[in-house]
Design a protein around this ligand. Structure first.
Ligand code: PHB
Length: 407
């Protein structure tokens, strides 16, 4: 009996000790796990961009700029390692972009998704950001309505209404433009529709006349028949938007169809006279007026340093264009948010830290509207001119701190 009790007591003592030990261990684990694992785990940025296909120049510009930002600012924020994971989505299939976003969030456990070369690709990834509460930094796409697709989206590129409205106003109100009638010619998808609607509205409100609205297929476009229609309509000018990467083909066909010779001016958003392609366009581009938020020739100390560093990093193989600053400033926004919210910040805390952020970019002053999460920036009116023997978009007017006016 005694022995039995003793053994029973021994047994319950063992049990009590074991329980106490387990509780202590669990408490210790709970207390240390988040810190220990966060310190060991890098902060991951999943960059989804077209590195191949017809829009590969966008991906190359964004990636080079993101790497430049990390080279200049280090790969640690407050002691936490920053890891950039680049995924090529090919730039065409929204399902591919969505799958990559899902894999990055679920398998890689990225803290931010970023990039998005075209509007349909940003639309496709938006539900993943919402479901996983992951901030999504749109560095390239420009349709106004992207912001409404997820409360986790923040944008560092531009919107087409934002870059188009100042040009429409300039053309309608500036007597030196000599433009009273316009035909619009845009790529037939989100940003093109925004550009067409906003140009038509603002130019008409300013007293101008729209003679036609033409839309060109987004993929593998043949501009020739459309340019012939423009020629037949005899406007003072044609207003064009095509996505970055298609501008040189458009310019070639514009010259071949003899529109300039027929007295029709070309005005466009800066996507058409993209700095990346401008050197290959030749003298046809000279004198063309465009509007955009960034030019390689932007005259500021920040931009001079940026262009020199970008050229060095890319072995002088390309000029930084507006897509590059979308990537560079997107990285700045992520770094700044992480610094403000702390190295263990959740997606919601990062997002809160991004709202209202402001800084000086190579493009000039910019900020993130705390309400809309969209980019606020200067939009410049530029003229293509030779500087030291090379053609650049030289800024001559600006609309400051301009918000997306919507469609
Ligand atoms: C877009 O798809 O939103 C887009 C793509 C290229 C541009 C501008 C906008 O140059």
């Amino acid at each position: 009996m005694y022995r039995l009790r003793q053994s029973k007591n021994k047994h319950s003592l063992e049990k009590t000790l074991k329980k106490a030990l387990l509780t202590a261990l669990a408490t210790a684990c709970l207390a240390t796990t988040p810190l220990a694992s966060h310190a060991a785990e890098p902060f991951k940025i999943g960059l989804i961009i077209p590195m191949t296909g017809p829009f590969a120049s966008t991906g190359k510009q964004v990636e080079a700029a993101a790497r430049l930002y990390m080279q200049q600012n280090g790969d640690k924020v407050d002691g936490r390692q920053i890891q950039l994971i680049v995924k090529d989505d090919g730039g065409i299939q929204p399902e591919t972009t969505k799958r990559l976003a899902q894999e990055l969030v679920v398998q890689e456990k990225v803290n931010v998704i970023a990039g998005f070369g075209l509007t349909p690709l940003a639309f496709a990834a938006a539900p993943i950001a919402t479901q996983s509460k992951t901030p999504m930094v749109v560095m390239a796409a420009g349709t106004s309505s992207i912001m409404q697709k997820s409360p986790y989206i923040v944008r560092t590129s531009m919107t087409l209404p934002q870059t188009t409205a100042p040009l429409a106003d300039w053309a309608a109100k500036n007597p030196n433009s000599h433009i009273k009638s316009v035909v619009t010619l845009v790529s037939d998808f989100g940003p093109g529709h925004d550009a067409e609607k906003v140009f038509t509205k603002r130019f008409t409100e300013g007293g101008g006349k729209i003679l036609g609205n033409l839309r060109i297929p987004q993929q593998n476009p043949d501009f020739s028949p459309f340019l012939q229609r423009v020629k037949d309509l005899k406007p003072d000018a044609v207003f064009v938007f095509v996505p970055s990467g298609q501008g040189s083909t458009l310019m070639k066909q514009f010259a071949q169809r003899g529109l300039a010779a027929a007295g029709i001016k070309l005005i466009a958003t800066g996507d058409v006279l993209d700095d990346d392609l401008l050197p290959s366009m030749g003298d046809e581009a000279l004198g063309i007026i465009t509007s955009q938020h960034y030019s390689t020739a932007h005259d500021s100390p920040e931009n001079k340093a940026y262009v020199a560093a970008f050229r060095k990093l890319t072995n002088n193989s390309m000029r930084p264009n507006f897509m590059s600053v979308g990537g560079y400033d997107g990285m700045h926004l992520i770094y700044a948010a992480l610094k403000k919210a702390g190295p263990n910040a959740t997606g919601d805390q990062l997002l809160a830290a991004m709202k209202g952020a402001s800084w000086t970019s190579p493009r000039g002053p910019m900020s993130i509207d705390p309400q809309t999460r969209d980019v606020v920036q200067n939009v410049y009116i530029r003229k293509a001119e030779k500087v030291d023997g090379q053609i650049y978009n030289v800024e001559f007017d600006k609309i400051e701190h301009f918000k997306d006016p919507g469609v």
